[in-house]
Design a protein around this ligand. Structure first.
Ligand code: PEP
Ligand code: MN
Length: 338
């Protein structure tokens, strides 16, 4: 349930509501809005009947039950779009923010080359996996901490903030030391121990939809992070598994408006893992921006044919430059800018 405060409510009114919520066994989460502030009452042990009496407190407009199973992620709690700031790069504002880089960090030369290329082409952040969740245990698993160090070096040279995946909860502290934003991969969307740890970590999270998760399950996974106190979550649609085999996954373009109607959080699109083939990446990117996505995450490699993972879906630097030109035109057409 949520407590909607009046516009005239004072800080003391807000504090009193939070105090009462705690007494009743809830964890209060204050959501500051442009129009009004609300307090989300979260927790399974809270006394719901008594909580309705908070309506009589000074500065309180009303107490409303939340109909959705996800609470803090829901539009019912916050009507305006959330803008997530990753060291100056914004997701959910008017800007379209593009993240680009290789699937895996392979060498210093590779990551620095890509970082410089994608920066010149207009990317706002650098991606690169140091811990790779591979389908086969015999496939390249990433460079680990060495990969994180190389990412940090590429950031130092280019100024691009970085996003990298954390696969195992035991590596959260290590990845925290290097990254600007954690990535949770599709395979870990329901790793609740990992999500809870990231909810306690004080850095933004890029949460990728699982290949077989419904949008409601996706938002419930988000709730694990938000309910721990970390509000900085950017969602990512990366394709879901269907009967179609011509592409690696099927980009669920409808997830964009559906997520936007259900949640205030930004959503970006990963056309690379959806398509599985570089030739489809540009068309899917244009569709995503036209459909209202807040950004893209694109795999780019200096020599895709030599990539240690996901080469077939990676763009080379020249192809990435063309893609940026194409999506800029779409962004302008739908009232966004890059
Ligand atoms: C990746 O970003 O390289 C990746 C493994 O993505 P996903 O988790 O979406 O498969
Ligand atoms: Mn990949």
């Amino acid at each position: 349930m949520i407590v909607v405060m009046k516009i005239s409510a004072t800080k003391e009114d807000l504090d009193n509501v939070c105090k009462r919520a705690e007494e009743l066994g809830f964890t209060p989460h204050v959501i500051y809005g442009k129009e009004r502030n609300v307090v989300g009452l979260v927790g399974i042990t809270g006394n719901r009947e008594e909580a309705f009496m908070i309506e009589n407190y000074s500065g309180v407009d009303k107490v409303v039950p939340i109909s959705k199973p996800y609470k803090l992620a829901s539009r019912e709690v916050k009507q305006e779009n959330s803008v997530i700031d990753v060291n100056g790069v914004k997701f959910g504002a008017r800007d379209i923010s593009v993240i680009a880089g290789p699937c895996s960090v392979e060498s210093e030369r590779q990551i620095i080359m890509v970082a410089e290329h994608v920066k010149v082409a207009g990317a706002k952040m650098l991606r690169g996996g140091a811990f790779k969740p591979r389908t086969s245990p015999y496939a390249f698993q990433g460079l680990g901490e060495e990969g994180l160090k190389l990412l940090a070096k590429a950031r130092e040279i280019t100024g691009l903030p970085i996003v990298t995946e954390v696969v195992n909860p035991v590596d959260v502290d290590l990845v925290y030391k290097y990254t600007d934003m954690f990535q949770v991969g599709a395979r870990n969307i329901q790793n609740f121990a990992l999500l809870t740890m990231l909810g306690q970590a004080k850095k933004p999270v890029l949460l990728k939809r699982g290949m077989s998760t419904t949008i409601d399950e996706f938002l419930m996974a988000t709730e694990y992070i938000l309910s721990e106190g970390n509000r900085d979550v950017v969602l990512c649609e990366r394709g879901i598994r269907t009967f179609e085999t011509s592409t690696r996954n099927t980009l669920d373009i409808s997830a964009i408006p559906v997520v936007k109607s259900k949640s205030h959080l930004p959503i970006i699109v990963d056309p690379s893992h959806a398509a599985g083939h570089w030739g489809y990446v540009s068309a899917l990117s244009r569709a995503a921006i036209a459909c209202g996505a807040d950004g893209l995450i694109i795999e780019v490699h200096p020599e895709p044919e030599k990539a240690m993972s996901d080469g077939s879906q990676s763009l080379n630097p020249t192809q990435f430059i063309s893609l940026m030109g194409e999506i800029r035109a779409i962004a302008i057409a739908v009232g966004r800018y890059m």
